[in-house]
Ligand binder design. Structure first.
Ligand SMILES: Nc1ncnc2c1ncn2[C@@H]1O[C@H](COP(=O)(O)OP(=O)(O)OP(=O)(O)O)[C@@H](O)[C@H]1O
Length: 337
């Protein structure tokens, strides 16, 4: 199902079973968010490409650089956009049925959407009234939600006077106010100070512990790795790796590096490198003067090649074949640097 992000192949990894399995049982999908071979284009621009994913209840983080497709996946789940190909279902519901979907979903976009003229309390209450709750019910639920995000003191102040972190929290309050089973939050930890961040994460964990879905996005794996039950790494509209963090980290660490070797006798060097345990694949050039080597261990590869050169084989040059892929993995694992 790969879309070939930056040309990366995906090694088989342990994962948490979030990868879509063909013909998954209907009973299971009633409890999951399912993408089946979903593609979405914005005109010529790729949003996501052939994404297949099963997200079980719990806390799942979508992680990837700017423009990788995180918001597109969230908007597809919430029925704000529809796939060009494939299908999406959210706990058995189609996103094309917004009335039912909105009853079980809460969505906080990354945009600072709360109207400045309203107080935090009015903003959350109005949202609930639109869901059909009575005024009294709406006010009660709004107050409870504002309590959950520690905004009761500022509840009657205008949103215009809120800090960035407070505006982030009032949107979270609006998303949780009707106690949805599926909470989708686009970059919800942006702009929060450490104390509020810790409280917010505790709220997510409480939600997840109740068997609900909490699906959030982040640019930075390190921001969400320890808090997530599963992570989904996205680049260029395709899933790079997904599952429990340990398995995903292993996949990243073990992703093969590619090198092009130019040399006099490529067949001989290929046969010597083939004995190395870290070498996963070798392709010989037709001219027999070059080869492409995939290795899981750059240091071992460098040592092996030095040994080969020192034993009299002529190696003209060695160049990394795909620095973009390496840089992407380094970005993901290195905290978005
Ligand atoms: N409305 C749109 N019109 C045209 N292209 C779009 C639109 N929305 C998204 N895209 C493109 O689709 C791709 C995926 O974008 P998306 O917003 O899903 O990524 P993202 O991972 O959420 O990025 P960020 O971290 O910056 O929010 C990008 O190339 C983006 O430019």
């Amino acid at each position: 199902m790969r879309g070939g992000a930056a040309g990366a192949g995906r090694p088989a990894g342990p994962g948490a079973g979030t990868q879509a399995a063909a013909g998954g049982g209907d009973q299971v999908s009633q409890q999951e968010v399912v993408f089946e071979s979903v593609s979405k284009f914005y005109g010529e621009v790729l949003g996501v490409n052939r994404v297949s994913l099963r997200i079980p209840p719990g806390l799942t983080s979508l992680v990837g650089p700017n423009g990788s497709g995180k918001t597109t996946l969230m908007n597809l789940m919430m029925g704000l956009i529809h796939p060009d190909r494939g299908s999406v279902s959210v706990r058995g519901l189609s996103p094309k049925d917004p009335e039912k979907l909105m009853r079980i979903c809460g969505y906080a976009t990354q945009y600072d959407a709360a109207p400045r003229w309203a107080s935090g309390f009015q903003f959350v209450t109005t949202g609930l009234e639109l869901y059909g709750y009575s005024k009294a019910e709406s006010e009660h639920k709004a107050w409870e939600a504002l309590k959950r995000v520690s905004l009761t003191e500022a509840a009657h102040r205008k949103v215009a006077a809120y800090s960035k972190g407070m505006r982030q929290r009032v949107r979270l309050a609006q998303a949780i106010a009707h106690e949805p089973e599926v909470l989708v939050l686009d970059e919800p930890l942006n702009g929060l100070d450490p104390l509020v961040r810790a409280e917010t994460i505790a709220l997510f964990r409480d939600y997840a512990a109740m068997g609900r879905h909490v699906i959030l996005s982040s640019h930075v794996l390190q921001e969400v790795d320890v808090i997530s039950d599963q992570v989904v790494l996205i680049a260029n509209g395709s899933i790079l790796a997904e599952g429990e963090i340990r398995g995903v980290r292993e996949e990243i660490h073990e992703h093969p590096s590619q090198f092009i070797i130019r040399c006099r006798d490529a067949s001989k060097i290929a046969s010597l490198l083939f004995n190395e345990e870290h070498v996963t694949e070798i392709k010989l050039n037709e001219d027999k003067l070059g080869l492409l080597v995939l290795t899981r261990n750059r240091e071992e590869f460098a040592r092996a090649l030095s040994r080969i050169a020192l034993s009299g084989h002529d190696v003209t040059s060695v160049i990394p074949a795909d620095e973009n892929v390496d840089a992407l993995y380094e970005y993901l694992i290195g905290g978005g640097r």
